[in-house]
Design a protein around this ligand. Structure first.
Ligand SMILES: [Zn+2]
Length: 137
């Protein structure tokens, strides 16, 4: 198999890019701190997440509840899920949220805002100024 110079360059760029953006825009999220009480899952440090991601705590919780397929409610700084979910599952949903609704798809910056226009959601990036539609992925 032989590659032209341009193809090779393209491949190198594709390989190099995610590493660069990751280094530049690393989101420092804490470890999800949960306890199980009966059939409930309590996320003890729940409020840290919407704070760091700068998102509405209720909307963020609605997203978690939907993706984890459990009813959820806020209790001060904590969130209570009806149903047992483990730390790994919850972390995966949070990461999905970050990829869909926080990280700018153009430059990778987490400094973004959600805006609604005509019932459509857009991600507006403070770093590069781009505006990207949000869809279910
Ligand atoms: Zn951006």
């Amino acid at each position: 198999m032989s590659l032209t110079y341009d193809e090779l360059l393209k491949r190198l760029r594709e390989k190099a890019k995610p590493v660069e953006t990751k280094k530049e825009w690393r989101l420092e999220l804490p470890k999800v701190d949960i306890i199980w009480l009966g059939n409930k899952t309590i996320i003890r440090n729940y409020m840290d997440f919407p704070k760091i991601l700068r998102r509405d705590p209720n909307k963020f919780l609605m997203y978690l509840a939907k993706k984890l397929a459990v009813p959820a409610s806020l209790d001060g700084e904590r969130a209570i899920l009806i149903g047992r979910r483990d730390e790994r599952t919850i972390t995966a949903v949070i990461e999905k949220y970050v990829n869909e609704k926080v990280k700018c798809p153009v430059c990778g910056s987490p400094d973004t805002n959600l805006v609604k226009e005509k019932r459509l959601e857009f991600l507006v990036c403070e770093a590069c100024g781009s505006k990207s539609p949000i869809g279910e992925k």
